[in-house]
Ligand binder design. Structure first.
Ligand code: BGC
Length: 754
């Protein structure tokens, strides 16, 4: 992490909008050839220093005067962390009117899961399995951020993340490459809108390229060791999808993979991104990741870091100063060529033209878009679809407001407006957050009596004094709602954890509440899957809300009282114990997979023979199964699957497999099921995962209603990087499941012929 320094005067940071509102909004998107011509024309007029200036991204530092002086001299191509329309306009006016060539500056910000209106963390959004909703959420974020002059976000984060010890799993779409690719594409479409040059569009940034999610032991910034085949089969696909979806920019990652830091990695930045994928967008480093290559022991000084970054294919240096301080000399010394610099500057100018910054550098969106009722409604919908019902014994939920008279609301997350927003919230204000306590009081307070006893002030709190009060409240209530989990500071960048149990005395709190014998509903707000086996056991019902953002409260209140039926599914495997990590459903088979029932610690007799527990792949203490598998989530209603059919006959690589299944709502409530299709390639030239998600669909059904759910799966999508490092479909037998989660389901087989 780094210090994000804001020394701009307070007067400038106050959002007052009017000055530039007369500026016309974006012109029609200029054609591709026309843009290329403009790029060449401008490039032809630039001095070497001006070119290097464009390759420099800064975060505000020093005095305002210094900042404007740099802009005037053409020494900065982009600022990150300016979040004020008036300041943004003033910078642009300086760039356009006072720098020699009048090149506008590109304003960037980490708009990760909302700008002012905060949506669920990305991992929560991923639980919705709803690309339309994810796209709309990103659109809202873009509209709000662009109102402050931000035209570039460092999102989506599409690192496949298989280890919840890694705090940044919160920013990801979870463990699955396909789900991540689909949702990453949706975010890009939402941020960038129909056309990049719409003033409400913001350029997306596919990050972190690549492999960062596989940081060893989940410790942030740690090394990764991903061989090329794994990289290509698992970690690269979401990025390829992002490139195809037109993500305007890519960001390199902090990790060194097999000894090569991404910012200096020619193979991924040149061979894969530029040559194989024909990417013509712009590549930025992560925060100072160019000079961090010195600390890695990969570069000897900043000049070496600048050369290695440029040689690898980086266009813009985020804040390290490596480019601005060294490129000119490197050219003079013939260590790099001006042609290389031109290539990078082309990518930067192209983006600025695409964004329409030359035609309209100024902000013209009214400030009133922030926290608009439509945006809040969309955020509420996003929470409604991302909350996962993990357990619901005896139909404890939904609560019936006519039968429940007194509700005890307890736990440190019941009324934590800051923490429920989650990580990467620089701009959302807690004054706008609607907490569960506030929403329960506002919406259901006239129907039920609410007793509030937080018990603990925050998630790590170890003070015992409040526990008895909470237990007392529970004893007076018909049902107990316990809001536990993690504060926002416990997940996100540089916030890895080695222990994923509930922090502080939260576990004790749940235990004591459960001992009252009152129906106990536990609601978890967290940035990652926590190891909550014990608390799940002790609770009657469990809802997992991740960090739900601004509208978490109203959505959860409606879920608890049955106005909304939960439909979220786990986008990542929930382990029973940390020692099982990394744990993901799409693993390869061992030669000795676990049996359905393994002998665990307590069942092993004394002095048992060495091989008496079998020689299988499992943990003696944790077994082989997770607490909850990927794709898991219950509903207040029930669904049955039947009549799985595939169009059989001879399938070849150019065919499309047609799959249909009958889904029936067999319960009492209207509900939505995420129907999932998994495939296993049974025999490959290299071992293949036991199953892989290939399609999913959200299906809404009334009680008693059934629907034929159809999937089209082009056989070409069964291709993988094989023993010859070629992406091919290997003919042979495949197994297919249509299921409610990654375990079980209806199954059949098919064959792909030569
Ligand atoms: C993070 C990036 C982020 C950047 C800019 C870095 O520390 O790794 O994800 O976009 O900072 O704030």
């Amino acid at each position: 992490m780094k210090n994000k320094i804001y020394l701009l005067s307070a007067s400038l940071m106050v959002a007052t909008f009017s000055f530039f509102s007369c500026v016309s909004s974006g012109e029609k998107e200029t054609g591709k050839d026309e843009i290329e011509k403009k790029v060449e024309n401008l490039l032809g007029k630039m001095t070497l220093q001006e070119k290097i200036g464009q390759m420099n991204q800064l975060s505000p530092y020093g005095s305002e005067e210094e900042m404007y002086a740099l802009v005037k001299e053409g020494k900065v191509g982009s600022f990150l962390n300016i979040v004020n329309a008036e300041v943004a306009n003033k910078i642009q006016k300086t760039a356009v009117e006072q720098s020699r060539l009048g090149i506008p500056v590109l304003m960037a910000r980490d708009v990760i899961h909302g700008y002012k209106t905060i949506f669920p963390i990305c991992l929560g959004q991923a639980a919705s399995f709803n690309p339309d909703l994810v796209r709309e959420s990103a659109r809202v974020a873009a509209i709000e951020a662009s109102a402050d002059g931000i035209r570039w976000t460092f999102a989506p984060m599409i690192d496949v993340s298989r280890d919840p010890r890694w705090g940044r799993i919160a920013e990801s779409c979870g463990e699955d490459p396909y789900l991540t690719a689909v949702l990453g594409k949706a975010m890009i479409e939402g941020f960038q809108g129909d056309s990049l040059n719409d003033p409400t569009s913001i350029a997306a940034c596919a990050k972190h390229f690549v492999g960062y999610g596989a940081a060893e032991s989940g410790r942030d910034y740690n090394s990764t060791f991903l061989p090329e085949r794994l990289l290509r089969n698992v970690y690269l696909p979401p990025f390829e999808a992002a490139a195809k979806a037109g993500a305007a920019t890519f960001m390199t990652s902090f990790n060194d993979n097999d000894g090569v830091p991404s910012t200096g990695n020619k193979f991924i930045l040149k061979n894969v991104l530029r040559e194989e994928w024909k990417y013509d967008g712009m590549v930025v480093t992560d925060w100072a990741s160019a000079t961090e290559m010195i600390t890695h022991g990969f570069c000897k000084d900043a000049a070496d870091a600048a050369k290695k970054s440029l040689d690898a294919g980086v266009d813009m240096d985020m804040v390290s100063g490596a480019f601005s301080g060294n490129l000119e000399n490197l050219v003079k010394e013939n260590k790099i060529s001006e042609k290389q610099i031109d290539e990078a500057v082309r990518n930067i100018l192209r983006l600025k033209f695409r964004l329409g910054l030359f035609e309209n550098p100024y902000v013209s969106t009214p400030q009133s878009v922030k926290y608009s009722p439509e945006h809040l409604a969309k955020a509420k919908q996003a929470v409604e679809q991302s909350v996962i019902l993990l357990k619901n014994t005896n139909q404890t939920l939904p609560l019936n407001a006519d039968e429940v008279h007194t509700v005890a609301v307890v736990g440190p997350l019941a009324d934590a407006p800051h923490d429920q927003m989650g990580t990467w919230v620089f701009d959302g204000e807690k004054a706008h957050t609607q907490t569960p306590l506030a929403a329960l009081r506002a919406v259901y307070g006239d129907k039920v009596r609410i007793i509030y006893e937080p018990a603990l002030a925050y998630s790590r709190d170890k003070q015992t004094t409040g526990l008895a009060k909470a237990v007392n409240a529970a004893k007076q209530a018909d049902v107990v709602l316990a809001f536990v989990g993690e504060e926002s500071i416990l997940s996100g960048e540089a916030h890895s954890l080695a222990d994923l149990n509930l922090q502080g005395l939260q576990s004790e709190l749940i235990e004591k509440l459960s001992q009252t014998g009152k129906p106990l509903v536990t609601v978890v707000m967290a940035g990652r899957p926590l190891t909550i086996a014990k608390e799940v056991e002790e609770s009657d019902a469990v809802l997992y809300a991740f960090h739900p953002g601004t509208m978490g409260g109203p959505a959860l209140a409606d879920i608890l009282f049955g106005k909304v039926n939960p439909s979220g599914k786990t986008p990542v495997t929930f382990p029973k114990m940390v020692g099982q990590l990394p744990m993901y459903y799409a693993h390869n088979n061992t030669g000795r997979p676990a049996l359905e029932k393994e002998m665990l610690l307590d069942e092993i007799p004394m002095e048992a023979g060495q091989t008496s527990v079998g020689c299988r792949s499992f943990f003696l203490d944790a077994g082989s199964t997770p607490l909850f598998p990927f794709g898991y989530g219950l509903s207040y209603t029930t669904f049955s699957y039947g009549n799985l059919k595939i169009v059989s006959g001879k399938l070849t690589v150019s065919d499309t497999l047609k799959v249909s299944v009958e889904l029936k709502n067999t319960g009492r409530y209207e509900g939505t099921e995420v129907v999932q299709l998994y495939v296993q390639d049974k025999v490959g030239s290299v071992t293949r995962p036991v199953k892989e998600l290939k399609r999913f669909q959200r299906v809404n059904l009334q009680p008693g209603e059934s629907k034929q759910v159809m999937f089209d799966l082009p056989v070409s999508e069964l291709a993988f990087w094989n023993i010859d490092m070629k992406k091919v479909v290997e003919p042979g037998d495949f197994k297919l499941w249509v299921a409610s989660d990654s375990q079980g389901g209806l199954t059949t087989e098919f064959n792909v012929a030569e």
